[in-house]
Design a protein around this ligand. Structure first.
Ligand code: PLP
Length: 708
């Protein structure tokens, strides 16, 4: 028996671990907290701080009295403390980094873990994965975001098949966030002036391994009531709220860092929402007496900008009246006119227009800019040519860095254990090493049987998860009662996944465009297929909500019933089950509107295969052997309706001629050899390239610390 003192010491170290999201990409660490109380763990969306708060200290200490459990806990603590102590060096920047180099990474959303509802979709998850890889690689990055107490929203489906939205409030004392305090131990308060009001905000710190993120929060007693809720909802309000939130994020974010004495050498705006930060940097210069043009240059030297959407409506645009109303006093303070301020958000030709575009502000005041895939870079150069008079689209200075995913975060626990078994911990150190993955994807390292067994286990775990969820999900294809749940889905059937925001351009119901053909596909007893959907429609997106209703409608109909499933409340937890359990990941965007997409990249580490329109990242990753394409790279000059019809046809063709037959082509031992060969190709080509380690290194070399 260990002494009380030793046990208290272990508990103290576990507390430190609970407040470092490092555990979110280490299943062994999660298992320790889960074991304290599986019930609380589940109820609190897998959150160690909730477990810690809801169990008494004496009980926790008693639990650590168990030798086997304690040893595992200590093992995890060693791993964590070793990780924190170790400072990786030479991550491959083009030039030697200086001690003072520091990147501030601004984003309106961060998806780090399901217990922190500060994200709505791919942009947030990308930002979270960016931070995790920066931590793994030892790159000095500090994140800045907004503390959405009510988050995006929690989704349920009512009996009519419509989406219902709930906004539960996060209690900061129950999640792994720490209030940032000043020297006197009070919350560090900063403020921004919006219109004629002073808006105060505080900050919450989240540790992400060796990095951290500050989330700004206007819910402080110093504020008038209507400003307290300003940062409550992610993408919730109208343009009035949106611009105020973005002023807090951009201008407030820079001030908060300054108040902390943090001096970034690079400001990375991840999407236009954060672009007001350039104005604050500009104000700093102007107030030091630097002349305007020189001041602009100084700002540009510090800033890089990433654009994330080729959908024109996806770029924030504010009316001149709104800019005038909210930023007039700020412009006065900078000693520039509102007209001059407007110009920063306008193309030269648009001078005098009443529209202010955040992306233009970001582009104008950055030294470098990029899109998020090769194709998206090209589309962005065309989209913003007007900003660069005299340049042809090809010469427009917007490059690209293709998005990736943080591989260890997206490996299901079973996959994680699978790779540990085969490579001990080495796989985690070779995430962006093509030679390593070429080697490990070989039959000598992992046999066909082992891979196929992994696939079965992952598919089964997903289906069991869905059956459990089905008990609490109201409209589950009309299924009620325990018995009926066992008719949902089959452990052996080809399982397709489709999960993402229900933005209309992603065309969720495409597979049902021709009902007769869809029925044929789903009604084949010899070669059964099933598809699982998940995703939220933005509360004001009526077309997206219609798509959602269409898909849910299908789940009630023969022959789709029990085979077409809609899973409520898509979040990072649901995503992890889906990207690991599905055999095929489907993506059907209307070209070229998917800037990159990342969910398809999450499946490779789990042995899944990607089936997609050649758009975004898939346009450059697909090589004919590592998944499937729906159609080719042709540019469309037919109407959108014709494109939809044609793409649906192409989808039916590839499913019935290639995907389904290959899954069911088995040898004597029941193994689909060709399918597994395809999995190996996917692992070799996708894991080492379409990950955030490669991506962050590319940002580092090309944009953060370029050689010249
Ligand atoms: C990865 C992920 C996304 C991004 O999906 P796309 O297919 O790239 O649109 C969105 N939401 C969640 C919860 C995710 O995990």
């Amino acid at each position: 028996m260990k002494s009380e003192h030793d046990l208290s010491n272990i508990l103290k170290r576990l507390d430190t671990l609970a407040y470092n999201l490092w555990w979110s990409w280490n299943p062994r660490a999660q298992a320790i907290f889960e074991e304290f109380s599986p019930l609380i763990w589940e109820a609190a969306n897998h959150n160690p701080v909730a477990v810690r708060r809801q169990i008494s200290e004496s009980e926790l200490l008693a639990r650590l009295g168990d030798k086997e459990f304690r040893q595992r806990a200590v093992g995890v603590l060693h791993e964590f403390e070793e990780y924190m102590r170790h400072k990786p060096s030479g991550v491959g920047e083009a030039r030697q980094r200086k001690k003072t180099d520091l990147i501030a990474y601004f984003c309106a959303e961060f998806g780090i873990h399901e217990c922190l509802p500060f994200y709505s979709g791919g942009l947030g998850v990308l930002a979270g994965d960016h931070m995790k890889s920066a931590s793994d690689l030892g790159l000095p990055v500090i994140g800045v975001g907004l503390f959405y107490r009510q988050g995006y929203f929690q989704q349920s489906i009512d009996s009519t098949g419509s989406q219902q939205e709930r906004y539960p409030t996060t209690d900061p004392s129950m999640v792994p966030v720490e209030l940032v305090k000043d020297a006197r131990g009070k919350s560090l308060l900063c403020s921004v002036t919006i219109g004629t009001s002073v808006v105060h905000f505080q900050g919450w710190k989240i540790n992400v391994g060796r990095c951290c993120i500050y989330f700004l929060d206007t819910d402080v007693p110093e504020n008038a009531e209507h400003f307290r809720g300003l940062t409550g909802l992610a993408y919730g309000g109208d343009m009035n709220t949106r611009i105020r939130q973005e002023i807090v994020l951009g201008i407030g974010g820079v001030r908060f860092l300054r108040a902390l004495g943090i001096t970034p050498t690079v400001f990375h705006m991840n999407e236009g929402h954060a672009a007001f930060l350039t104005l604050e940097l500009l104000r700093e210069q102007l107030q030091r007496g630097v002349p305007k043009e020189k001041a602009e240059d100084e700002v540009r030297k510090q800033c890089v900008f990433t654009t994330h959407t080729p959908v024109p409506a996806g770029h924030d645009r504010f009316h001149a009246d709104l800019i005038e109303f909210t930023l007039r006093s700020y412009a006065d303070w900078m000693k520039i006119t509102v007209g001059q301020l407007m110009e920063y958000g306008q193309a030269p030709k648009a001078k005098g227009s009443t529209e202010f575009t955040m992306t233009i502000l970001g582009l104008k005041l950055s030294r470098a800019a990029n899109g998020v895939s090769e194709k998206h870079g090209e589309v962005s150069r065309l989209m913003w040519t007007d900003l660069y008079p005299g340049l042809s689209p090809a010469k427009v200075p917007i490059g690209y860095i293709t998005n990736g995913v943080h591989v260890t975060s997206w490996a299901a626990t079973r996959s994680w254990e699978f790779w540990e078994r085969h490579n001990s911990h080495r796989w985690k150190e070779h995430l962006n090493d093509p030679k390593f993955w070429k080697h490990v994807a070989d039959a000598e390292i992992v046999s066909d049987d082992e891979l196929w067994a992994l696939r079965y286990e992952l598919r089964r775990a997903l289906i069991e998860f869905i059956r459990t969820r089905a008990r609490s999900q109201h409209a589950f294809g009309g299924v009620t009662g325990e018995d009926a749940l066992y008719h949902l889905l089959s452990f052996d059937a080809l399982t397709i996944g489709y999960a993402r925001r229900f933005a209309p351009y992603k065309r969720a119901p495409l597979i049902f465009s021709d009902l007769a053909k869809a029925q044929l596909l789903f009604d084949d007893p010899q070669r059964p297929i099933q598809i699982i959907y998940a995703g939220k429609a933005h509360p004001r997106d009526n077309e997206g909500k219609d798509f959602l209703r269409q898909v849910i409608g299908m789940t009630h109909q023969h022959p789709f019933f029990g085979k077409v499933i809609f899973l409520e409340n898509y979040d990072m937890n649901v995503a992890k089950y889906l990207v690991s359990g599905c055999d095929v990941w489907l993506n059907t965007p209307r070209r070229p509107l998917e800037a990159s997409g990342t969910s398809g990249q999450k499946v490779a580490i789990n042995g899944g295969l990607h089936l997609s329109i050649l758009d975004g990242w898939w346009n450059e990753a697909y090589n004919g052997k590592n998944g499937w394409s729906i159609g080719g790279k042709i540019e469309d000059n037919i109407s959108p309706e014709e494109v939809d019809r044609r793409d649906a046809e192409l989808l039916y063709t590839v499913l019935s001629n290639e995907v389904i037959p290959m899954f069911y082509e088995r040898d004597k031992s029941g193994i689909p050899r060709k399918w597994i060969t395809r999995i190996r190709h996917a692992m070799r080509t996708i894991i080492p390239t379409y990950n955030t380690h490669r991506m962050v290194l590319e940002y580092s070399k090309k944009y953060y610390f370029p050689s010249k």
